[in-house]
Write a protein of this length. Structure first.
Length: 120
């Protein structure tokens, strides 16, 4: 399952590292965004191993679009959930789509010298 959500980064948590039972080293980093819905929600995403560098260069208050997957697992009768981010795109500050671009006098084509430019 792959989903997408847009919001503003509110927290970037420190990188955690460790070693698995199999002896493999791992690292993870979590970050929180606040959605820009009518009723904003805060969502904590996890980045694992090679995905940790996706957050490099981003700061709090940055508008982002996060692609993620949701995964659950059971342990001792309890269910635990992960929201794993796999892509982070910054949202540009251009005008929202659906609005026409601004109009200026330079957008008007020049008038022709002869007024006989009709095609018929």
């Amino acid at each position: 399952m792959s989903l997408e959500v847009k919001g503003k980064i509110t927290h970037i948590l420190p990188v955690s590292t460790g070693v698995s039972k199999a002896g493999k080293e791992w690292q993870k980093q979590e970050f929180v965004i606040e959605t820009d819905d009518q009723y904003p929600k805060q969502v904590c995403f996890t980045l694992f191993n090679d995905k940790v560098n996706l957050i490099d260069g981003l700061a709090t208050e940055t508008e982002v679009n996060v692609s993620f997957s949701v995964e659950s697992r059971e342990f001792n009768g309890r269910w635990y959930h992960n929201i794993n981010a796999w892509r982070i795109d910054t949202v540009s500050a251009e005008a929202p789509s659906g609005f026409p671009p601004e109009f200026s006098a330079d957008d008007i084509p020049p008038e022709s010298a002869d007024n006989n430019d009709l095609p018929f």
